[in-house]
Design a binder for this molecule. Sequence first.
Ligand code: CO
Length: 346
Amino acid sequence: MKIDLHTHILPREWPDLDAKYGYAGFVRLDHYKPCCARMMIGDRVFREITDNVWDPKRRIEEMDREKVSMQVLSTVPVMFSYWAKPHDALDLSRRLNDHIAKVVRDHPKRFAGLATIPLQDPDLAAQELERCVRELGLRGAQIGTHVDANRHSGRIDTLNLDNASLQPVWSAAEQLNAAIFVHPWDMLGKERMPKYWLPWLVGMPAETSLAICSMIFGGVFERFPKLRFAFAHGGGAFPFTIGRIEHAFHVRPDLYATDNTATPRSYLAHGRTPARFYVDSLVHEADALKLLLKLFGRARVVLGSDYPFPLGEAHPGELIESLKLGAKENAQLFSGNARDFLGINP
Ligand code: CO
């Protein structure tokens, strides 16, 4: 049994959002031939996609071929729209979440869902999370690695995930027993990376490490001890740089231990205790996956493929299988840990 924590889905269509909300920047789909569409932002092609992004039947065919029993569905991060006016982002989130919930309702054994929430307005985000968990049966939310609040008004407040204003979201998630999957988006330094799609190779791992470090140093895990977080792409740059992060914490506590005295290492696996948070297995390198297992413990690494996008793992679970772990470990990585993270009882 395989549960794939990291897969993205979109509805087949939605209204012209630039026209609906009265300003530009939203994604629209151009279905230029039967199997394929272009995600457009204005006149720019953001990404070419195929029908497995929106068609559950196509997804199930491919899941059956790859022996994936369940996909956890979340939106494509470009849809977060944290830059938009809060009520417009809420309206868009509701549309995307209602769609994910319908796909899950139609195929409850094959799909589980994570919501998207308008994080630029923490109170609205908490309300939408509550609706999605209580009314739609979603398991939690996928959020970005930071928030650009107030961009629509020209005053950009870039908030990392330790920002105190986000407390209503964490409180709601903890009360709802909702899981939070953190996925990099709106990559730092992207203006210096106009070529080679480097924001995906350099920006994304940096974003994810920024999110984890902010939450550790800011004490988010201390304030919300029961809240379950998972980070995409194996935690990005964080695992490989944990030595530097830990060293810095000890030699310059004046810089790093200002808001939280727990060491970064204390959030990782020690003895029989697994790490405080989860990471997915999407690292494309056996030695990197071994490092994740060592740092986080085998109870905190979750199969994630980034289906159906080309930077993902084409055969979900292939890298885990290549390590030739025992049957018990494989069962944890393939499904047990995802169930724990999502709060799905066996
Ligand atoms: Co992804």
